[in-house]
Design a binder for this molecule. Structure first.
Ligand SMILES: [Ca+2]
Ligand SMILES: [Ca+2]
Length: 250
């Protein structure tokens, strides 16, 4: 559901107080609003017309038809979007929405339910032919680490992908490219609780904050790619998502 900034801002103090009272925690679910223009938001307060196949609505698409024989992997439930991999899937679950910007911010709330679960925010440009499947960059949240990835000049570069697909060894240059285009920060994200995630892309910098605390930032040339056109939520196992906002800075 679309939410305008002007409607959101005056309600913030009320929301924070309500969250404090209901959860006994002083954390406010919504941090300061990013600069820029709110281009998409979704609170998932709706239901499908049926419960047998993916039907997330509001412009979202999924890969369940192509990678999980059409089995349901995305469920609107209790005002959230639950993503869960089907045993017959041959790829992580991917839930996609337009997110056209050069610099921008994605905010959402997420919950992981078991050790090993994770949530990736992959930004893609399907027209970029120097990489596999348009992969440009990614922010990945696991229960024990956060990964910053420049996929465009890194692991999704076509020559690297072709060797990996053929299960052939990478050259020293290719190994160094993969090493230098990602950053891993060891940090615990506890399971069973909701967390606020903020991912910001500005020039060649990717920054990630969880629950208002900056986990880190990473500079790499592929991050500055001029057009991030799609946001792909990538879920290797299970994850629950709510209250997503996409902001365009430029
Ligand atoms: Ca449902
Ligand atoms: Ca909701």
């Amino acid at each position: 559901m679309k939410t305008s900034t002007s409607l959101l801002l005056p309600t913030l103090p009320v929301l924070c107080i309500a969250i404090f009272l209901s959860q006994g925690s002083p954390s406010c679910a919504i941090a300061a609003d990013p600069e820029g223009e709110l281009i998409f938001s979704d609170d998932f307060e709706r239901n499908e017309s049926q419960e047998t196949t993916d039907e997330p609505g509001n412009g979202w698409t999924t890969n369940s038809q192509s990678r999980a024989k059409g089995h349901k992997q995305v469920d609107l439930k209790d005002g959230t979007m639950r993503v869960f991999i089907h045993p017959e899937a041959d790829h992580a679950v991917v839930v996609v929405h337009d997110s056209v910007f050069t610099d921008g911010v994605v905010k959402l709330r997420f919950l992981l339910e078991a050790p090993g679960d994770g949530l990736g925010l992959d930004f893609a440009d399907p027209t970029e032919k120097s990489v596999h499947a348009g992969h440009i960059l990614a922010a990945r949240i696991d229960t024990d680490k956060v990964i910053f990835q420049d996929l465009k000049t890194g692991s999704m570069r076509l020559d690297i992908q072709e060797l990996r697909h053929a299960k052939k060894p990478l050259s020293d240059e290719q190994k160094e490219v993969i090493r230098s285009t990602q950053k891993i920060v060891r940090t615990k994200t506890d399971i069973g609780n909701w967390h606020d995630l903020l991912v910001k892309i500005s020039g060649d910098e990717l920054s990630i904050s969880i629950d208002g605390k900056e986990i880190g930032s990473f500079h790499s040339p592929g991050i500055a790619h001029s057009a991030k056109k799609l946001l792909r939520l990538a879920v290797p196992h299970n994850a629950v998502v709510d209250d997503i906002q996409i902001w365009r800075i430029k």
